[in-house]
Design a protein around this ligand. Structure first.
Ligand code: GDD
Ligand code: MN
Length: 373
């Protein structure tokens, strides 16, 4: 992967997407300029606002301590993610730093990102809320904290290799070597641009901690729709590994029924038949996911007997908990047992996938290098 373009006009380009940030943009320009005193950097504001944000930014540009460019888009294509890609395309440095315009990402951290990148061993430096010393206290309430933590966990489970070095794939504060990424291949949708960058290609990732601050002014644009967009993005990016896992799970269910039918046909008592069918499908399932789902992660994970023990224990406990939950749900809410079974199986499927990719195939400390998804 190539180094930063030597002919670049600037040592760094700071890219800030803005949507109705008129109460923040002046403070942003002043603090970014202050943090970069002595650095030959530019600030690119990519704006989709309907308020005075671009007017204020353009008015302040000539007197700012660094070069300021304001790109106002008439159509907010791709939302926040699309704005970031537009900014990176316009950047006149190979070293691009992306951050929010509401000062939840402190500009004073920029020199630290640059210094970390200057060590030369990374394509991406992530400012993380979840690594040593970082905090997420700026998230508005406990619900958002929980949603953020849970979605980070599921996302990491879905990209266990590519996100191995990243504790905060949902952060909007990071440095990226523009020339290490194929920007044309990205399909930015909504808020999670870093995830899109990291998931699509193997990159060398490192992190620094930061404190996610309270918003300086105005309100967050995060919404339920953004949440749904994020889920679509995840499924589309991750269709591969998880769908094979689902297919194998489905085959296992069919095999289970067939074995039951054969054994009871031979007059084996049904409870015994169920136990035999379960054990056989659990073992078969394990062998298939070893081969087809987590093949690339086996080498870095623990020994096979341990992987099997964890997988087997999970399935046994999962079955017991699921059946107990079925009993409770049916007896207390009087819903149909078939419907309850379907819902519980769907939940169990997600939990099983998360458990396998985060626990069963967790890389040992010394970990292997990133080879694939
Ligand atoms: N150009 C443009 N277009 N900018 C946008 C748009 C848009 O459609 N939507 C939001 N922005 C800008 C905002 O003006 C702000 O500068 C930044 O993107 C983040 O938006 P917020 O509304 O402040 O979102 P948040 O604080 O809830 O989300 C932040 O935290 C998340 C992690 O919890 C963002 O940093 C996300 O990127 C981050 O994932
Ligand atoms: Mn914000």
């Amino acid at each position: 992967m190539s180094e930063a373009n030597p002919a670049a006009e600037y040592a760094a380009s700071i890219i800030v997407p803005t949507y109705n940030e008129e109460g923040n943009v002046a403070e942003l320009i002043s603090r970014v300029s202050g943090a970069l005193a002595g650095v030959n950097a530019e600030l690119i504001i990519v704006d989709d606002s309907s308020d005075e944000t671009p007017v204020i930014a353009r008015a302040l540009a000539p007197s700012a301590g660094i070069a300021v460019t304001v790109i106002h888009r008439d159509e907010a294509e791709g939302g926040l993610g699309g704005a970031v890609v537009t900014g990176i395309r316009a950047a006149r440095s190979g070293v691009c730093i992306v951050m929010d315009g509401d000062l939840q990402h402190p500009p004073e951290k920029i020199p630290e990102l640059l210094a970390r990148y200057a060590q030369g061993d990374a394509d991406v430096v992530v400012a993380s809320r979840y690594t040593g010393g970082g905090t997420a206290h700026g998230l508005s309430d406990q619900v958002r904290v929980a949603v953020s933590k849970l979605s980070t966990m599921v996302t990491k489970a879905m990209f266990p290799v590519r996100l191995r070095e990243c504790t905060d794939p949902m952060t909007g504060f990071f440095l990226v070597n523009k020339n290490a990424i194929d920007w044309e291949s990205l399909k930015p949708r909504g808020f999670k641009i870093l995830l899109e960058v990291l998931a699509r290609q193997p990159l060398r990732v490192t992190e620094i901690p930061f404190d996610f601050q309270d918003r300086h002014a105005g309100e967050s644009k995060a919404s339920f729709t953004q949440g749904l967009r994020f889920l679509t993005q995840l499924t589309q990016l991750r269709f591969g590994r998880m769908s094979i896992f689902a297919l194998i799970g489905g085959l296992g269910a069919v095999a289970n029924v067939v074995i039951m039918a054969v054994l009871t046909g031979w007059d084996v008592p049904y409870v015994w038949a169920a136990i035999v069918a379960s054990v056989l499908t659990i073992v078969g399932n394990f062998l298939l996911i070893e081969l087809f789902v987590f093949r690339d992660m086996k080498a870095a994970a623990g020994p096979m007997w341990l992987r099997f023990a964890k997988s087997f224990a999970f399935n046994a406990i999962e079955a017991i908990v699921r059946i107990a939950a079925l009993y409770v749900v049916v007896e207390t809410w009087h819903v149909s047992s078939v419907l309850a079974t379907a819902v519980l199986l769907a939940i169990a499927f997600v939990v099983r996938y998360v458990f396998h990719s985060l626990v069963v195939y967790k890389p040992r400390r010394d970990g292997a290098t990133q080879t694939g998804l």
